[in-house]
Design a protein. Structure first.
Length: 393
């Protein structure tokens, strides 16, 4: 395979992929504010808030699962235009919708649109020569956008308009970033690489257990971390910490995710994918222990930052592991619904587990989930036949 056929040296294409991912992850990065403000402004229960996240990721996952069959066949520029338009319209609908059922449906539609952008960004970066490096840059860019919005919106649009101000701010961010999407390519390169196609045909006869184990591990990995992220503001509120301090901390935690991604970008594939994933899981367990004993704000803050650093550092390697195992460029798109299903099931399960003001069962659930995830990710290649291992190297 000629590396010059890849996107690795095309800065404009990589930039467009980073922006696609940044917009696609916008809802997720604003999740704590969105959940908290939606609950206060629409008088929603914890279960309904969990269901809101379920709604978004239901649309998100359904579209991306189907994308396995068509994402390499459609025109990516047209897909970007349509998805971007639906993102804006579905978000804006939340400004005037007060009925819970309609808000639920608008989140399903928004999830589908955001996932198309996020998934396309992941696919483009998966076609590069060093996916681990660019997936690290991807997570860093996503976190940077979230951090900026957390710093700007609370004292501006949110202060004036509340929940509606949050949505307006998200729409403005999308519009400002959208010109960079003019550089999105019409198609990918793996579908044009005959050597890759031939390799795909060879590997298609081999068991797929390894890549499915990796996808399930990624699902659980992200689900555990999303659960903490979705309820971190609620945990701080229950502990009676100053709300302004908690808001500032949320911005800081996104900077920690940014730092983790920068580290992953710098290291690239130097240590492979598995060792960084194990390290990330270990950091997460330390953070869970800290949150379970967060009687003082400093412990709460450090633990929250560790959670997000582990996200920023670990997820690029989970994506990279899938991309390394993916020969025909289709399976990497399933990484998007994998994290989407994790993000959907995690918070909704936590909403049921949370007992009033007691989140100890939620923290235990997250700890067990991350352990299972790391075990799957670390041992998946052990189920790969020797012939298949040689094909991926």
């Amino acid at each position: 395979m000629d590396p010059d056929n890849k996107f690795k040296n095309v800065a404009s294409v990589i930039t467009s992929a980073l922006v696609l991912s940044g917009i696609g992850a916008l809802y997720y990065n604003m999740l704590p504010l969105y959940f908290g403000m939606a609950q206060d402004s629409r008088q929603l229960t914890n279960s309904q808030i969990g269901a809101m996240g379920f709604a978004f990721f239901l649309g998100y996952n359904l579209l991306m699962i189907s994308a396995f069959f068509w994402i390499r066949k459609v025109n990516w520029r047209l897909l970007t235009l349509v998805s971007l338009s639906v993102c804006i319209v579905s978000l804006c609908s939340g400004v005037w919708i007060h009925n819970y059922e309609y808000l639920f449906l608008s989140n399903v539609v928004a999830g589908a649109a955001f996932s198309a952008l996020y998934g396309l960004g992941a696919i483009i970066l998966g076609d590069t020569e060093d996916p681990a490096r660019w997936y690290g840059a991807k997570i860093a860019f996503e976190a940077a956008i979230g951090a900026v919005l957390f710093l700007i919106l609370p004292s501006t649009l949110i202060a004036d308009r509340g929940f509606e101000g949050l949505i307006i701010g998200m729409v403005i961010a999308i519009i400002l970033l959208s010109p960079m999407l003019l550089m999105v390519p019409s198609h990918g390169v793996k579908t044009e690489d005959y050597e890759a196609v031939e390799l795909a045909e060879t590997k298609a006869e081999l068991p797929r257990l390894t890549i499915w184990m990796t996808l399930i591990g990624t699902l659980l990995f992200f689900g555990a971390q999303t659960t903490i992220w979705a309820f971190i503001e609620r945990i701080g509120s229950i502990m009676d910490f100053d709300l302004t301090a908690v808001g500032n901390l949320l911005s800081g935690t996104l900077l920690c995710a940014l730092s983790g991604s920068i580290v992953a970008t710098y290291l690239g594939s130097r240590f492979g994918n598995i060792k960084p994933l194990i390290f990330s899981g270990g950091l997460f367990l330390v953070a869970i222990l800290g949150l379970s004993n967060a009687n003082e704000f400093i412990f709460y803050a450090i633990s929250s930052c560790l959670v997000m650093f582990s996200v920023g550092y670990g997820i690029p390697y989970a994506f990279s592991e899938i991309a390394d195992l993916d020969c025909d460029g289709r399976y990497v798109v399933l990484a998007v619904p994998a994290i989407g299903i994790g993000a959907m099931l995690g918070p909704s399960t936590a909403g049921m587990l949370a007992d009033g003001e007691d989140f100890s069962s939620v923290l235990l659930f997250c700890a067990v989930t991350i352990i299972i995830a790391v075990l799957l990710l670390a041992n998946a290649r052990g189920f790969m036949p020797a012939t298949e291992i040689s094909l991926t190297e």
